[in-house]
Design a protein around this ligand. Structure first.
Ligand SMILES: Nc1ncnc2c1ncn2[C@@H]1O[C@H](COP(=O)(O)OP(=O)(O)O)[C@@H](O)[C@H]1O
Ligand SMILES: [Mg+2]
Length: 348
């Protein structure tokens, strides 16, 4: 049987581009080369597409992909040149211009199958405010919040926030990831500063009730028939799981499965599947919850392209369910192809 090509798109324009390089290197090492060949393409910070390595067998541990520090502009291609009949794209891109539907739309225009959520669910889940609206329509519990949109009445939002929420309050740009632009405010002056900071990253701002909570995550995999994992816990030794703590200091460990009551675990898995369906999800997502001391569950967010190195929560959650990393990659490729075939069938 001939091998299928996986087109690995990595890098990208968002603040999470460095994480993306690590993910791509992890995927290219784990792929089953009896089944696939891998062609890698780097999207630079400026948004240029650069053709990088191709692999027909497992690369060595010292094989590195191009980064923004080692860009070889002579290998630049037109974005549409990535097209190859029969290939499936794995866009290991996080954040805006990667996980928000834009790349997904580009790939659909090129008639390429791809791994992960489609245009609708990617863009809906990327916007933390739209996600809140959708989840409240299906009765999934969330922390209290207010919204500020640039150009709106800031004083009215501050007044509404002070009336309905209590400090600490979290302020987030609606469309970022990996804690970029998020801050925790302890008083009104900090709330105003936090909104100013978040406005540097997006014009839509979510202002949320802070909770003291454990952070529990559930993996989702599938198209119309979605499966969930047992939950895992992100065990923190820092109060606020920011970008530095997450990716630079490695100040987190994971407990898989999470040490929580079975009834809470079941409820979370149900909420995760409900949320995924309500958002029109397909392929994969990681659904993140807060669990407070008194047993309250709040859905925090759905990540449609979760951290995906071999040692990230999402692949480890599936590993715990008996699905090893290389098999998880193959299943995601199959689901991407299935979704593509379905889309093509509907074009009549
Ligand atoms: N309402 C909240 N209460 C307590 N901690 C929060 C709250 N919102 C966010 N956090 C902390 O900030 C982290 C990042 O927030 P999150 O909404 O998950 O953004 P991102 O999309 O960047 O992952 C969370 O993992 C959690 O540690
Ligand atoms: Mg998060």
């Amino acid at each position: 049987m001939s091998k299928q090509t996986i087109i690995l798109l990595y890098g990208g324009r968002s603040a999470e581009r460095e994480v993306s390089v690590l993910t791509a290197e992890s995927v290219m090492r784990a792929v089953n080369y009896d089944q696939f060949v891998v062609k890698t393409y780097f999207i630079t910070q400026a948004g240029d597409f650069i053709q990088t390595q191709e692999f027909t067998s497992t690369p060595g541990q010292d094989e590195k992909l191009m980064t923004n520090n080692t860009v070889d502009a002579s290998r630049q291609i037109k974005p549409s040149d990535i097209y190859e009949a029969g290939a499936v794209v794995f866009p290991v891109l996080h954040g805006p211009m990667g996980e928000d539907g834009s790349i997904q739309g580009f790939l659909e225009t090129l008639r390429l199958p791809y791994v992960g959520t489609n245009v609708l669910s990617s863009s809906a889940a990327m916007d933390k405010i739209v996600t809140k609206h959708i989840l409240s329509s299906v009765g999934v519990p969330q922390v209290a919040y207010t919204v500020y949109v640039e150009g709106g009445d800031l004083e009215a939002t501050i007044a509404e926030t002070m009336a309905n929420l209590t400090f600490p309050i979290f302020v987030k740009p609606a469309n970022m990831g990996s804690s970029v632009g998020i801050s925790k405010a302890e008083n009104e002056a900090e709330l105003r500063a936090a909104i100013d900071l978040a406005l540097q990253y997006d014009s839509r701002i979510l202002i949320e009730q802070g909770v003291v909570a454990r952070e529990i995550e559930v993996g989702l995999l599938g198209n119309s028939d979605v499966k969930t994992t047992e939950a895992g816990e992100v065990v923190k030794d820092v109060a606020f799981y920011d970008y530095q703590a997450k990716y630079i200091d490695n100040k987190i460990t994971m407990a898989i499965p999470a040490d929580i009551p079975a009834s809470i675990m079941d409820q979370m898995r149900q909420y995760a599947a409900t949320a995924f369906k309500a958002l029109g999800g397909c392929g994969l997502s990681r659904c993140d919850f807060f669990l407070t001391e008194d047993g309250s569950i709040y859905l925090n967010e759905l990540n449609t392209m979760p951290g995906f190195t071999q040692w990230s929560m999402y692949p480890l959650l599936w590993d715990n369910m008996g699905l090893a990393y290389p098999d998880l990659i193959a299943e995601l490729v199959r689901l991407g192809q299935e979704k593509f075939d379905e889309r093509e069938r509907h074009l009549i």
